[in-house]
Design a binder for this molecule. Structure first.
Ligand code: MN
Length: 202
């Protein structure tokens, strides 16, 4: 049931995204952050829970600075296999554009409990709208919270870094933590040139 909406939105004859099956990791829980150039560039923040990836679209990307409160719109659950997806979603399809993996790793509850207890804590946090966890990524490390906004649209949350040894107090822009030759950056660079040409020829 959890992946019905995901499957409904996609035509698997056209997109190379994985079809939705409920299936989780066997040892540690995982997270992934995908950078996605669709109609707008955004980041997709995904945490494994109960055999799917709980997912939020973060327009400005995650931050390692606790002062930043990054809007995160909860979207439909994605299948566990989506963690490895990178590539192009063809035009005319849902989310058409380019997807690349920005960060990935394992994650846990704040106490770093054994899996079964961690999942219980994480499930409760998610349900309460005060969802605390810690990430063991290459870029994202340490404690974070997703706070559900009350009185706003049902799916609005804020992603906030907690103060810990990994937090930074300088400005943090996730766009500066991308590889210059990443597919999206190449696309942006080519489009910038194209934009200039068009402006000149006018
Ligand atoms: Mn997306």
């Amino acid at each position: 049931m959890a992946l019905t909406l995901y499957n409904k939105k996609r035509n698997f004859k056209e997109t190379s995204e994985p079809a939705g099956k409920v299936k989780g990791s066997e040892s540690e829980l995982i997270f992934v952050v995908q950078r996605h150039k669709a109609s707008r560039l955004h980041y997709d923040f995904r945490l494994e829970l109960d055999g799917v990836l709980k997912s939020w679209a973060v327009p400005k990307g995650p931050s390692m600075n606790p002062k930043d409160k990054r809007l995160a719109m909860m979207v439909e659950d994605h299948p566990y296999d989506y963690k490895d997806f990178a590539g192009t979603i063809p035009e005319g399809n849902y989310g058409a554009g380019i997807v690349e993996i920005w960060d990935s790793g394992t994650y846990a509850d704040l106490a770093n409990s054994p899996r079964e207890i961690a999942e219980k804590n994480l499930r409760a946090g998610l349900k309460s709208g005060d969802f605390k966890f810690q990430l063991f990524g290459k870029k994202l490390k340490g404690e974070f919270v997703l706070v559900k906004l009350k009185g706003k649209e049902d799916n609005s949350w804020l992603l906030i870094k907690h103060h810990d040894k990994y937090a930074v107090d300088s400005e943090y822009n996730s766009e500066e933590h991308t590889k210059k030759d990443s597919p999206i950056n190449k696309w942006l660079e080519a489009n910038k040139k194209l934009g200039k040409k068009t402006a000149k020829s006018r």
